[in-house]
Design a protein around this ligand. Structure first.
Ligand code: PLP
Length: 376
């Protein structure tokens, strides 16, 4: 392929920081690089506590543990998301209840949530698709009215905001991903953001195999012991060192992606005005992070031809997600509340164009030439 869909972010400082971790003979979790990353997240989101995790999947599992989700509980989310959003709750024995999305942002339709609430509902899980916020005022209002927790899947939402508030730091818990396909990466990794301080001690224990080792490291106890059930959700310093090289220059990476995003928008606006393609709506009070540049075509047939056309020109474009409610595990563990008006239909029309840190303006020109060629 001449132009890949994704290239993992790399700034050049990664090798040096990994070497520092190796030289310091500190490669397990919760060393200086992890602390740097945690503080960066806290300072940049306004959240009182952030903890790096081994993935966003694990951050969501940790949130489900903290929320004390039990068999029989129900959790509301969109079906148009990655399976990890549902996995975390299915693992706890909960039933996932899907609601339809809005076609303009591909986010869960906030007006359909209340109808999905039953006496078993415990949490709402908004997914900020493409780094564009869900309608958080409405979602927080519904949650507070019904006594529900809000767990934000902000895997794609780092450095995005809703009415001036950082995504991930609005709900009770927020989950970031640092997978290699995300704006900032550590290979595999993520973070949990915790709003209410009363959850911090529990979070540290669940994340450290059920022990109070975090307190021990801080010198608050003289030995650490097994306190509760738990797992191992803390990443190695080697991974944290890689991530730190990017968080340190997060503004530069973010600006570069936004330049690419705006370049696409400018070049393709003729096709959009002509009604050949549609694209995402960004509410004016949402600051986005250019996580994704997608377009929507007429239907699945046109999309298949489009992806083939781009591939012939050595450009990799991809689609996702197959809605969870139609997947084998979705049929087993979940139900869809209300009508699927947009989830399936819109998911079949969407295609993502190459987007990564360092994508060259010339490459964007070439990609857009080929998009235009397809419609001629
Ligand atoms: C990437 C992603 C995840 C999973 O992140 P991992 O860090 O790979 O576990 C979860 N939800 C959404 C919406 C994602 O895009």
């Amino acid at each position: 392929m001449k132009i890949n869909f994704n290239v993992p972010p790399f700034t050049g400082k990664e090798y040096e920081y990994i070497k520092q971790a190796v030289d310091a003979q500190k490669i397990c979790g919760d060393g200086q690089f992890t602390r740097n990353c945690n503080s960066w997240i806290e300072e940049n989101t306004g959240c009182s506590k952030a903890l790096l995790t081994t993935s966003c999947t694990h951050a969501t599992e940790l949130a489900a543990l903290l929320a004390d989700i039990k068999p029989g509980d129900e959790v509301i989310m969109p079906s148009y998301t990655f399976c990890s959003t549902a996995d975390a709750f299915v693992l706890r024995g909960a039933t996932v209840v899907f609601v339809d999305i809005r076609p303009d942002t591909m986010n869960m339709d906030e007006n359909l949530i209340e109808d999905a609430i039953t006496e078993k509902t415990r949490a709402i899980v908004p997914v900020h698709y493409a780094g564009v916020s869900c309608e958080m005022d409405k979602i927080m209002e519904i949650a507070s009215k019904h006594g529900l927790l809000v767990i934000e899947d902000a895997a794609q939402g780092i450095m995005s905001a809703y009415k001036g508030k950082a995504l991930g730091a609005i709900g009770d818990f927020g989950c970031f991903s640092f997978h290699e396909t995300k704006n900032f990466s550590m290979g595999e990794g993520g973070a949990i953001l915790i709003k209410d301080d009363s959850y911090i001690e529990k979070a540290e224990i669940f994340r450290e195999k059920g022990t109070d080792r975090s307190k021990y490291y801080r010198g608050q106890v003289d030995k650490y012991r097994w306190q509760d059930f738990g797992s191992s959700y803390l990443p190695s310093e080697l991974n944290a060192a890689y991530l730190w090289a990017q968080l340190e220059m997060a503004d530069i990476i973010n600006a570069d992606r936004l330049d690419s995003w705006n370049h696409y928008r400018d070049r393709l606006s003729v096709l959009e005005s002509a009604g050949k393609i549609e694209w995402q709506f960004i509410p004016e009070y949402c600051k986005h992070n250019a996580h994704m540049f997608y377009i929507k075509l007429k239907d699945v047939d046109e999309r298949t031809r489009f992806i083939d056309h781009m591939k012939k020109n050595e450009i990799l474009t991809v689609f996702h997600y197959v809605p969870l409610h139609s997947a084998p595990a979705g049929l087993k563990y979940c139900r869809f509340n209300g009508e699927d008006r947009y989830t399936t239909r819109e998911s079949e029309r969407l295609v993502r164009l190459p987007m990564y840190y360092g994508l060259k303006p010339d490459d964007i020109e070439y990609i857009c030439d080929k998009v235009e060629e397809f419609f001629r």
